[in-house]
Design a protein around this ligand. Sequence first.
Ligand code: MEV
Length: 443
Amino acid sequence: MTHKPVQGFSKLSKEQKIDIIVNEYLSGNQEFTNILKQYWNEDESLQKLHDEFSENTVSNFYMPYGIAPNFLIDGKLMALPMAVEESSVVAAASKAAKFWLERGGFRTEILGTTKLGHTHFIFHTCAAKLSDFFHRNLKQKLFEATDPITANMRRRGGGILDIELIDKTTELADYYQLKVSFDTKDSMGANFINTCLERIGSTLEVEIQASEEFSDEEKQSLQVVMNILSNLTPQCLVRAEVSCKIEELKDDSGMPPEVFAEKFGQAVAIAEAEPYRAATHNKGIMNGVDAVVIATGNDFRATEACVHAYASLGGRYSSLSHCTAEGGIFRFWLDLPVAVGVVGGLTGLHPLVKFSLELLGRPSAPELMSILAASGLAQNFAAVRSLVTTGIQKGHMKMHMMNILNQHGANAGEKEAVLKLFQDKTASHHEVIAALESLRGNS
Ligand code: MEV
């Protein structure tokens, strides 16, 4: 079926938008209108707040918001807010947190908080002459030009840390960068960084055009292509670690601790060596990281982009976490590059984000980095532990079973009966439905 293009959609009211979409794409079926309206909030001011977070909003999309308690992070006991739709993530985080609570908890270390951005430009000139001009003249001018923008941030102890000229001409003809490093304190700082970079880009243009050191031909070749922050922030890095005596690695799987430590270490070594496994291993880490990133109003696309680029920096995509079992000690740690904020953005606007930050004791941005790393490490520990002991399907299917039962309208009695039936075995989707049907007397 072909559809007509919609004109002026953004200018229509919410009701009009829904009418157009339902009529054009959903055969005018009012059931779909009702689905969208079912999620409108009765509190009009709360609804307006949500509508205005984005554009062309017609409804709200709920995510489950759960709490993983018992996280001991740097000696502080915390309950982590997790917004995630995947069943078993919050349960796994809670189980791992409890396990490590009894073994000293998570220790973290901030290895850096530097964020980066670039002015990317093309300039057909002599690299040595440009470098000389940059150091003698331009760098100072760039700092001065951004002074009014950075004044507030400097008062808070942040600002531009450095501006470097990078010669990239071996990778792309005539390509240079101004690589700018920032400390944005408690804000994620995307707007601040991009505003500074745009000023830096325009100042570069002005200064080169005004300089007598470059010929007209060189000046004509100058093209500031773009000014933009980088989501790869390898120096905005936190390490989270857990450790205990190998003999303390007993859990309900019944696997002897030495066997567990060895198998766990091998699983991590495989993720270090094999990109296909590393992708899934790191996805498990991000189950824990993203859930807290979302609950605290941060940008999970940015955190995803960052970790996966970082995981490839060695030339081959690899594990973000590492493990040793030496001298009777099991040590498991994660280096997480992550740029987040606790002020600005959604943090002061979204009521649940405010709740999350209160629940976490109003952390600073570096403290939030530590919490995210602990959450990622807990999730990774839980996943790898399941993989090397019982397999993940046992735990997953238990949670998934509830989704299947809900999907098929099971009542409380039916749920209890089916859960009991499969309490000691892994059931497939098909087997759960068959059991429900048989309870209902259908073949
Ligand atoms: C599922 O969301 C995540 C896992 O696949 C992670 C892993 O394999 O380590 C369980």
